[in-house]
Design a protein around this ligand. Structure first.
Ligand SMILES: Cc1cc2nc3c(=O)[nH]c(=O)nc-3n(C[C@H](O)[C@H](O)[C@H](O)COP(=O)(O)OP(=O)(O)OC[C@H]3O[C@@H](n4cnc5c(N)ncnc54)[C@H](O)[C@@H]3O)c2cc1C
Length: 531
């Protein structure tokens, strides 16, 4: 155990006191700016939390969804602003600009690298969790949803109004709309309806001048940029207007698991040809992980699970899978028919036993989790021999898993330049590399980060090249970061072409036009060109 000597303690205390005093004075100045910028009726002091406020940790911590970034050494924000009306967001942008302090924007806090709430410089957090209203217009088949709403809340409010409408967003109920949609979020209906952003009609945002703009006022270039280019490079998203999509009264879900001695390799090999080409209403995710063998004592094997949603009934589904993927051995008893809204809960971790009350979708509870993710795109099937070697590597490493998410269907019909998200036709599937743990142990973290990076390095020959592409919403700072200094364009290009390919340059153009001084920035933001 480290024990401080008295002189070290004094030095530390003095340093802490100084830091607190300077953070208090920045906070006071910020509060004055906010009060000056806000409307007289705004009660600004009720929505701003300084580090000295007894509720500071209660506001900061619940939306830290990756506890790797909740250590005592993680730099904390000087203040957190929690707007309850749009004018508060305008005041926060202008107030931070006035005093030159970096503003981070957080909606649901699910960024895998925590970039909505961590920074190396002094910063404020603009936390959108109170701005969460959802207005569903079933006659028009549209909805306005504020950035601080969660996906679970959105799906629930749609279901309240209609049992035959849904939205093709992500599968985790606590993910925030602000980050998810601005980063081109996807879910298990992407083969039928594309990404969330392929179904966005309008948006409202606050720009760097503190103006509230809708699609008409912001113009098509900026609107294009905030449906997949990451909102935080361009402004603060207040809300999106979305188009609802039809879902049948009954859908079918299933999970089938195979290990190597049950011919998992044949299944995975064939899956690569079938899953991206089958009926667009069928989404079959493959989850691959080392598991303990049930037949060979003390041995590890590879577990391959197909987790699926089909927009139809089980008879229709079996007619497809019997013909196209008999290797899966799907049987009627593996299938569960349910309403679409129940399938949302099934996918969100309630895939065993009974589905809990639908109100569970409104819960913002989330377990303490330490995470790392990486991503890749696969454009040609991986051979059986290479799959065998890949399993060997995964078993040897021990803890990293892979998720294969099939593309095709609607994804191949939408041009690569329609939104900033470029990974359309020609991609068979996206890989997510995943590793989760629940103990706050630096050695474990070191080991797990090394494992996931080692697997990523191993798969190089099997995935897209020039550039090796990545998915923005599976944020990965390993692929490049920006210091937001004079080399920001060169630094930004490194990760920018991986996330956006040819769309990167258009994003830079938009950024340069709307935020030339790079007020809205983060570790992987879109750079503005030097003046
Ligand atoms: C458990 C879990 C499950 C997930 N499942 C899926 C999935 O099924 N499909 C999928 O596509 N992704 C999934 N993701 C990834 C998720 O979509 C992204 O991390 C997304 O960006 C999270 O949005 P958020 O608002 O919750 O995050 P935040 O951390 O709040 O924000 C993420 C980024 O968006 C910016 N941002 C947030 N709000 C705004 C705003 N109002 N205006 C401007 N910029 C803003 C932030 O500054 C940050 O850069 C998952 C993540 C987790 C942790």
């Amino acid at each position: 155990m480290d024990i401080d000597t008295p002189s070290q303690t004094t030095k530390k205390e003095v340093l802490q006191k100084e830091r607190r005093a300077s953070s208090d004075s920045v906070y006071d100045t910020f509060l004055q700016c906010l009060t000056h910028r806000a409307q007289p009726s705004d009660h600004i002091s009720d929505i701003v939390y300084s580090q000295a406020n007894s509720s500071f940790a209660n506001v900061l911590v619940p939306y830290i969804r990756n506890h790797r970034f909740n250590s005592s050494s993680t730099l904390k924000p000087l203040a957190i602003v929690t707007p309850t009306q749009e004018s508060h967001v305008q005041a926060a942008v202008l107030g931070s600009k006035d005093i030159g302090v970096h503003l981070k924007i957080r909606s649901g806090g699910h960024d895998f690298e925590g970039i909505s709430y961590i920074s190396d410089d002094a910063f404020f957090i603009l936390d959108m969790f109170n701005l969460r209203s959802i207005e569903v217009d079933i006659k028009e088949e549209t909805a306005w949803v504020q950035a601080g709403a969660t996906l679970g809340e959105l799906y629930y409010r749609i279901w309240e109004k209609s049992k035959v409408h849904g939205f093709p967003g992500g599968v985790c109920r606590t993910v925030g709309v602000g980050g998810h949609l601005s980063g081109a979020g996807y879910g298990n209906m992407l083969r039928k309806y594309g990404l969330s952003v392929d179904n966005v009609l309008d948006a409202k945002m606050v720009d760097v001048q503190g103006r509230i703009l809708d699609r008409k006022a912001m113009g098509e270039d900026l609107f294009w940029a905030i449906i997949g280019g990451g909102g935080a490079s361009f402004g603060v998203i207040l809300a999106y207007q979305i188009k609802l999509v039809p879902v049948p009264e009954k859908v079918t879900v299933f999970r089938v698991e195979k290990t190597l001695d049950q011919n998992a390799t044949d299944l995975v090999y064939k899956w690569q040809f079938v899953a991206p080409g089958t009926d667009p209403g069928l989404f079959m995710r493959l989850v691959l992980q080392p598991v303990t063998s049930k037949t060979q004592k003390g041995q590890k094997t590879l577990g391959a699970s197909v987790v699926a949603l089909f927009l139809g009934n089980s008879d229709q589904l079996l007619a497809i899978t019997d013909k196209e993927l008999p290797e899966m051995g799907l049987k009627k008893e593996n299938c569960r028919e349910m309403s679409w809204i129940e399938s949302v809960l099934w996918w969100d971790g309630f895939d065993e036993g009974t589905i809990p009350p639908l109100e569970t979708l409104l819960s913002r509870d989330y377990p303490i989790n330490f995470l790392k993710r990486k991503s890749d795109y696969v454009q040609s099937p991986i051979s059986k021999a290479n799959l065998d070697q890949l399993w060997k590597k995964m078993i040897e490493l021990g803890n990293v898993g892979l998720m294969f998410n099939p593309y095709g269907g609607r994804m191949s019909e939408i041009p690569a330049s329609a939104t900033p998200f470029p990974h359309r036709a020609g991609n068979l599937f996206k890989i997510q590399y995943f590793i989760n743990w629940s103990d706050d142990d630096p050695e474990l973290e070191k080991n797990y980060l090394a494992q996931i990076r080692s697997l990523y390095s191993y798969t190089t020959p099997f995935v897209s090249k020039n550039p090796r592409s990545a998915y923005l919403n599976y944020r990965d700072l390993d692929i490049g970061t920006s210091t937001n200094g004079k080399n920001s364009y060169e630094e930004g290009r490194v990760y920018g072409v991986k996330y956006f390919k040819d769309n990167f340059e258009r994003l830079v153009k938009v950024k340069t036009a709307v935020d030339p001084d790079n007020f809205f920035r983060n570790q992987q933001s879109i750079p503005s060109l030097p003046k």
